[in-house]
Design a binder for this molecule. Structure first.
Ligand code: TPP
Ligand code: SF4
Length: 422
């Protein structure tokens, strides 16, 4: 097994960026502590520092701006294992946006380390002032120097309850500072004050990091709270969520020889996602690998409702669908939402409710009155129609799932059986 945590020595930052020192030396520190790639979970934030993900052999999670500490906290709760190392990478912009998340993790003293890349500005978006920019430091949004003082993140972290907080200047060899922060069981935050040559250096010529830290009334150093790391109290008696899911036995056959992508779409509030779930579970019942993804507007009761389902006789590694193999449309909302990709279909089948005009497509078009067939459950009826027409999934597997899900009262089963001769 590859023991290197980094998969390249050429990191994607501008020349001279302080992020490079942080990434390389924090990794060196982890390797010196004996961590293997799969013992480490890097949770990165939005910003230049966050583009490190692709260079890592470890687990990685990329969060929304300012939310990596909250995600790191979730990972810490979920893993509940002090032998795994959770490292949150965040910039001063993200730390400002997600300040409360950092405070909360420090207050609970969760097992994780926040590595704060403090270049005193928003690097990725052009050098704007953040809440950690010191008074007098020039940025692209405060050319004359920031008129306000920045937060003292170390004081905040220490006061909130972090086991370990430190501030270091990111020049030279700071590997040891990382080692000390990473060794902590509980919450540690290491603020590395560094430079962004592209904006910070240009706008603050001749200023030295040590002088900037000092003139803002801050000190480098370490602040300790002697307290135990957070420990979940009742997790020993709690089953994980997956073990509670019922097992679906594959007691039906399928005739699928290659991966097939299906889009099922109609109107919100018409049981479309339920129909998709029935189709997906029927696929599992037939021994296929299945993925299911649903999307609908935030106003859940109006507009489109779309489900994307992949069925495959082999393991599915990618669940996205661009141009589908099969599209099933039960209403105008569903048609409008998928029109562009239907137009692009060069082959495959479009099953579409007979009330709708046929769109431009090279797919074979099969029309049927799903609304009359399924009454209020046009989507479920369309899934049964698809099964009967293609034989990809045995319709008996679908009836079986309908029965198991106890939704048989919702569907006019006798009518469907009679009309489709099944
Ligand atoms: C909630 C949110 N607001 C704004 C943005 C736009 N944005 C992307 S990167 C960035 C700046 C990141 O600066 P920082 O967190 O300091 O990291 P750096 O680029 O300096 O490493 C901003 C504002 C965003 N992605 N999300
Ligand atoms: S813009 Fe600044 S922070 Fe971003 S990579 Fe370049 S030097 Fe680093």
């Amino acid at each position: 097994m590859n023991k290197n945590l980094l998969n390249t020595s050429s990191l994607p930052y501008c020349k001279g960026c302080g992020h490079d020192i942080i990434a390389k030396q924090s990794i060196k520190a982890l390797e010196s502590l004996g961590y293997l790639p799969l013992d480490v979970i890097f949770v990165t934030d939005i910003g230049c520092h966050g583009i490190i993900d692709k260079c890592l052999n470890t687990h990685t999670v990329h969060g929304l701006h300012g939310r990596s500490p909250a995600l790191g906290a979730g990972v810490s709760f979920g893993i509940d294992n002090p032998d795994k190392k959770i490292i949150v990478f965040i910039g001063d912009g993200g730390a400002t946006i997600g300040l409360q998340h950092i405070m909360e993790a420090a207050r609970l003293n969760l097992n994780m380390t926040v590595v704060l890349h403090n270049n005193y500005l928003y690097g990725m978006t052009g050098g704007q002032t953040s809440g950690l920019t010191p008074k007098g430091f020039a940025t692209t949004t405060s050319n004359e120097g920031n008129p306000f003082s920045g937060y003292d993140i170390c004081q905040l972290s220490h006061t909130a309850g972090a086991s370990y907080t430190s501030r270091v200047i990111g020049i030279g060899d700071i590997t040891d500072d990382f080692v000390k922060a990473f060794k902590i069981k509980g919450f540690s935050l290491i603020e590395v004050v560094e430079i962004c040559p592209s904006y910070g250096v240009k706008l603050n010529p001749k200023r030295k990091l040590a002088e900037i830290v000092e003139s803002s009334g801050r000190k480098t150093g370490v602040w300790i709270n002697k307290k135990p790391a957070y420990k979940l109290h009742n997790n020993k008696n709690t089953d994980d969520l997956i073990s509670k899911l019922p097992v679906i036995n594959d007691n039906f056959e399928h005739s699928l020889t290659k991966p097939t992508s299906i889009v099922l779409s109609g109107s919100a509030g018409e049981g479309l996602q339920l129909a998709a779930t029935v189709l997906a579970k029927s696929g599992i019942k037939s021994g296929l690998d299945v993925t299911q993804k649903g999307s609908y507007p935030v106003t859940v009761g109006v507009g489109f409702s779309t489900a994307e389902i992949n069925l495959s006789p082999k393991t599915i590694y990618f669940h996205g669908i661009n141009i589908p193999d099969i599209v099933i449309i039960t209403s105008k909302d569903g048609l409008n939402h998928n029109l562009k990709r239907i137009n692009k279909m060069e082959k495959g089948i479009l099953f579409i409710d007979s009330s709708l005009d046929s769109p431009t497509t090279k797919a074979e078009i099969i029309k049927y009155d799903f609304r009359s067939l399924g009454a209020k459950n046009a989507a479920l009826a369309s899934v049964l129609f698809f099964a009967k027409k293609t034989n990809i999934i045995n319709y008996k597997a679908i009836f079986n799932i309908i029965e198991e899900e106890k939704i048989d009262k919702k569907v006019p089963i006798d009518k469907i059986k009679k009309e489709l001769h099944i």
